[in-house]
Design a binder for this molecule. Sequence first.
Ligand code: URA
Length: 215
Amino acid sequence: EHDAGPYVPHTGDLAELSRAAAACRGCPLHAAATQTVFGAGPRRARLVLVGEQPGDREDREGEPFVGPAGTLLRRALAAAGLDESSVYFTNAVKHFKFTVPETGKRRIHKAPDLREMTACRPWLVAELAAIRPRLVVALGATAGRALLGGPFRVGDHRGLLEPLPADGGPEGGPALPEARVLVTVHPSAVLRARDRDAAYRGLVADLEVAARALA
Ligand code: URA
């Protein structure tokens, strides 16, 4: 249990990757989570959106971005003129990490640590190598760090179109394909923002940069 590498089949077939990911034991997060939440969307997507990790709803339903953050994200995509049915949605970490406070029974999201991000990264690399998108949008610092390396601050990158650094990984696994990456805020951060409207407009403005880059 130290990384996903041994679980990732050498294939460009997304469905096969997704099936294999369901059995991943590459880090301890699988033990408490309901299921692996793999990416979803067209295998020829030109745009891939990368979040942090599945939330409570995603963990129960097995699909990325089906909870409140996903609803906001889909609204923002439409506002930016991007068709969500042509987008592939995934996460930097593919299991829900949470704590259960002693008193309540609601599961509280916990940010994945660097070890878990690193352990799960072979799945993200395999997805990107299979899809070969033109553009990858990193939603928040975890995704930004997984794609561009850390330490990482969203504010230093957001709204910019940068080259996705090629990286074969320590074992010389699949390299990241040639693509550009754009960093923006995570939709959950918009939901938590003091000025939610301004934060939402900022997200849409960044997604408009993505839409123009794909036009
Ligand atoms: N937040 C994420 O980062 N990913 C999801 O799939 C849902 C919420």
